[in-house]
Design a protein around this ligand. Structure first.
Ligand code: PMT
Length: 411
């Protein structure tokens, strides 16, 4: 089973639901929060109950759902005070124009709005409404007020709306909401750094419809990009062809196909970066001749010979020109893992190399998990047992952070 790595684990989360059609999507959010190990308490407004029932949320969260102003909790302690005291974070989803207006203007006439006043932990608003309502002066003015008051506001998504129109106002995806909530709990210890990450496979064409590629899915590189951004770094992700959604919408994603295209993109962007992490599985060879038409299968030929030539070794080139940038490579090995990986680190002038044993089932190429050995310039090798790629990414970034800290001490 996939193990989730999450800053939400063990946290007390209040989910406030208000009366919008997107309220039904909140059930999925509550389920995902519970799966990540959070203890979820749902608070609903009277209008929310026109769209969804407390029973649904009580069943998913495993906690009583609060929807009346004068409910008492924990002996005689008033409900909204009791809940606001234990909360680590609150999210209001969907946040309607009505709730945004009330809270921005200090109105506290039900459990949810009263609790918002008593709470001192971060509160995230996830607005969802018709485009004209979202763009109205009243809503925009109230959103500005909420921002000034220190609340976190997510921008609505764009697309088909429940009212039959198209435009801005959709509830962001559950994954985007969760990522924002994770973000709120994450220390921004990589703020000020700009990180270039490469991910996925490259593809070399044999003819217009056939290609040579490999089994990299991009998951490891996407996880590094996401966690680096979560920790405050600015991130550029250069990716080969994958079937993954962009890890976050505040990461610059550049799509490439071939090793030569990846090289060009890397050389264009590395100069502004302080850290380069090369997770991509780059094809070492490409076809020598470019076949512009599909190669025909001839009846009298049992074999066909493809002549291959070497692709540029991007990381080796970076190793020569990196100056004081931190350069991290990956090594996919099947035997003598640490020895071969360390040899690559030295030959290519890397600061760290992350070795994976790609012959082991369930880790490495395509899987949700990985197991790696992190090797530094001194040859010190630290084995990290099987974990989710997000967690491995976080540990790799800790090692990068250690190098940064040491350098700052030296200067
Ligand atoms: O994408 P996933 O499915 O999540 O799988 C992750 C992964 C297994 C692909 C990843 O963890 C990994 O091991 N990536 C490196 C794979 C690889 O190409 O290893 P290598 O030993 O061939 O290359 C060593 C290093 O040189 C790598 O950093 C690679 O990006 C770089 N390289 C290789 C060849 C080349 N022509 N140019 C390069 O820059």
């Amino acid at each position: 089973m996939e193990r989730q790595f999450s800053n939400l684990k063990g946290k007390e989360i209040i989910v406030g639901i208000t009366g919008g059609i997107a309220a039904y999507k909140t059930a999925e959010l509550v389920r995902e929060l519970s799966k990540r190990g959070a203890n979820v308490h749902v608070v609903m407004t009277k209008n929310a109950m026109e769209f969804v029932t407390p029973l649904t949320f009580q069943t998913i969260s495993g906690n009583p759902v609060v929807h009346q102003m004068f409910e008492l909790f924990y002996g005689s302690k008033i409900g909204y005070i009791a809940l606001s005291d234990i909360a680590d974070q609150m999210v209001i989803v969907p946040a309607t124009a009505n709730i945004i207006g009330k809270i921005a203007n200090g109105i506290a006439d039900d459990f949810l709005t009263t609790m918002v006043m008593a709470i001192t932990v971060p509160i995230l608003f996830v607005p969802s409404m018709n485009t004209k309502m979202w763009e109205s002066k009243a809503v925009q003015c109230n959103i500005e007020k909420l921002r000034e008051m220190g609340f976190e506001i997510m921008e609505p998504g764009t697309g088909d709306l429940a009212c039959g129109t198209q435009g801005k106002g959709r509830l962001p995806t559950i994954e985007e909401i969760l990522e924002k909530m994770e973000d709120i709990f994450t220390r921004k210890d990589l703020k000020g750094e700009k990180i270039l990450v490469t991910a996925g496979p490259t593809m070399e064409f044999i003819d217009p419809i056939r290609c040579i590629t490999n089994r990299a899915s991009g998951k490891m590189g996407y996880a590094i990009a996401k966690i680096a951004r979560r920790r405050g770094a600015e991130v550029v992700l250069i990716t080969g062809k994958t079937y993954l959604e962009p890890p976050r919408n505040d990461i610059k994603v550049i799509e490439v196909i071939t090793a030569n295209e990846m090289r060009e993109a890397v050389l264009e962007h590395y100069k502004d970066c302080s850290i380069i992490i090369k997770t991509a599985a780059v094809a070492d060879f490409r076809c020598r001749t470019e076949n512009c038409q599909k190669i025909k299968k001839e009846d009298n030929e049992e074999t066909i010979i493809l002549e291959l030539e070497k692709n540029p070794d991007i990381i080796a080139e970076l190793g020569r020109i990196k100056e004081n940038r931190i350069l991290v490579g990956f090594a996919a090995e099947t035997e003598n893992i640490v020895e071969y990986a360390y040899d690559k680190l030295k030959r290519k002038n890397l600061d760290l190399i992350i070795a994976n044993d790609v012959s082991k089932p369930g880790i490495g190429f395509g899987s949700e998990m990985n197991e790696v050995t992190i090797i530094d310039k001194t040859g010190y090798a630290r084995h990290i047992p099987q974990k989710s790629k997000d967690e491995i990414a976080d540990i790799i970034l800790d090692s990068v952070k250690r190098i940064l800290r040491k350098r700052k001490k030296t200067f």
